[in-house]
Design a protein around this ligand. Structure first.
Ligand SMILES: [Zn+2]
Length: 477
């Protein structure tokens, strides 16, 4: 269970001279990790069921009920339905300070259904699948919360543990609504993890992004007999696209803009009265995204002027970039090295290599290392965990659950997330999170350093969500 205690002590002495984690793991930390091990079959069982449900954003009714029911059975007080989302929930145990939070996701992705086998083969043709591994994310985070709950119940730790069931990461961004509504305001420090193709305490940020729907309204007419009476909304959309392409030349290298035309009219012989362009703008910094957002608004106005149409820019959502927490990353790094990366059998490695061969990436098998804090490259992508990180110090890690370099948001992640490779990764994540949380309960100085880093980096910035007014758009079916 505790594979490399000597590595922990050596690593911690180098990296964390001021923190209690430099000492040998405490009895409470060992007990918390043992609690994860004790519940491991329950946790992988929950993950497998959610993998099978494969419910997409805000449709995660069975998945959220499964986790909420388990938390309730284990003694948590559960509140179901948060921030207008029936599939969000809060499970809490204990009282007083510190208040430590941990988040779990459980939404799937459309169209990536896959069996737990190393060749592309849908479980249900055209159905959703867990192509981002959120089945493991939710179950492992709840396992870590349960490990802390066990220690509070046994009188070994003092304070409050709160598990947040956060739906719809892949669309809508459930956490963004919860952050906007102040749901996380009572928390002293927040934890989360994410499945990946290697293991590390996260030390690079995600991208801030804004999600816009740009609508053009024109005037219909016969395209051959009286086109002079028409004004084409599609012309507006295309002029808008041209404007965005001209902006692209003059953006920061870190900026990304991508769009699709979701409505370009109905038929060629009617001048289109309506058109819509769905566009996302991203950057490593929210300030740059704000700038792109303002320029996109101007481009929409200009395109409408050019084409005699009207434009409306609808804000649909967005994320802030991750506000990194340096002392928090060191705590997670030390605990991850103590727990150790997953160890695979020859069969598991062969499973991974088959997937790599099928997806045309080097057939190197599973990654077995732990990436250093100072050896991480920023990756493209955004997450609503970023929003939370501007409200409360947020400590996150990535644990390997998928073959090295195989495509993400795709069938390989679904395949390994439904068998022993994924199980091993999620249990390492759960133990690492539990051990790291124990550090903050037992060592007020560690929590103070985490909070001080957060306050310093946040400065006087006040979080304001990229969201329209009102509740999240619930699916109608
Ligand atoms: Zn994800």
């Amino acid at each position: 269970m505790l594979k490399n205690p000597s590595v922990f002590v050596l690593g911690a002495l180098c990296a964390l001279p001021l923190l209690a984690t430099a000492a040998a793991p405490s009895a409470a930390k060992r007990a918390a990790v043992a609690s994860v091990a004790k519940h491991a079959d329950d946790l992988t069982g929950l993950s497998d069921k959610i993998w099978g449900y494969a419910e997409t954003a805000l449709r995660e009714h069975k998945s959220s009920k499964l986790l909420a029911d388990y938390a309730e059975q284990q003694g948590f007080t559960v509140t179901r339905g948060v921030s207008g989302m029936p599939t969000a929930f809060i499970a809490r145990f204990g009282s007083g300070k510190p208040v430590i939070g941990i988040m779990g996701e459980y939404d799937a992705l459309p169209g990536v259904s896959q069996q737990a086998i190393p060749e592309k083969s849908p479980l249900v043709e055209g159905a959703a699948g867990h192509g981002c591994g959120h089945n493991m994310f939710g179950a492992a985070s709840l396992g870590a919360a349960l490990a802390i709950k066990d220690q509070i119940a046994a009188g070994k730790l003092k304070g409050t543990i709160i598990f947040y069931g956060t739906p719809a990461e892949e669309a809508v961004g459930g956490k963004t609504y919860m952050a906007r509504d102040g749901v996380f305001d009572e928390v002293d420090a927040m934890f989360a993890w994410h499945p990946g193709d290697e293991s590390m305490a996260d030390a690079v940020t995600s991208q801030a992004m804004v999600d816009l729907m740009v609508e053009f309204k024109g005037q219909a007419a016969h395209a051959a007999s009286d086109p002079w009476n028409g004004r084409s909304a599609l012309d507006g959309a295309m002029a808008f696209g041209q404007g965005v392409e001209m902006m692209r030349e003059h953006m920061k290298p870190s900026s990304r803009v991508h769009y699709v035309i979701v409505d370009g009219g109905d038929v060629p012989n009617v001048i289109p009265e309506h058109a819509k362009v769905w566009i996302w703008a991203r950057d490593q910094k929210r300030a740059e995204v704000d700038d792109l957002y303002a320029r996109i608004r101007k481009i929409a106005e200009g395109a409408a002027l050019m084409t005699g149409t009207q434009s409306v820019v609808h804000l649909q959502g967005g994320d802030w970039e991750m506000l990194l927490n340096a002392p928090g990353a060191k705590i997670i790094d030390a605990n991850l090295r103590w727990i150790g990366a997953p160890i695979y059998t020859a069969d598991e490695d062969a499973f991974a290599k088959k997937i790599q061969a099928a997806t045309h990436v080097p057939a190197v098998g599973m990654d077995r290392g732990i990436r250093a804090l100072d050896d991480q490259e920023p990756e493209g992508g955004s997450t609503d965990v970023g929003d939370v990180s501007w409200v409360v110090p947020t400590l996150t890690l990535t644990v390997v659950t998928s073959p090295k370099a195989a495509p993400w948001h795709a069938w390989p992640v679904v395949a390994t997330g439904g068998m022993s490779i994924g199980h091993k990764g999620m249990i390492v994540a759960s133990k690492t999170l539990a051990a790291s949380m124990v550090d903050l309960y037992e060592n007020p100085e560690a929590l103070r350093e985490v909070r001080a880093d957060f306050e310093k980096k946040k400065g006087d910035v006040v979080f304001k969500a990229y969201l329209p007014e009102g509740a999240p758009p619930l699916p109608r079916d």
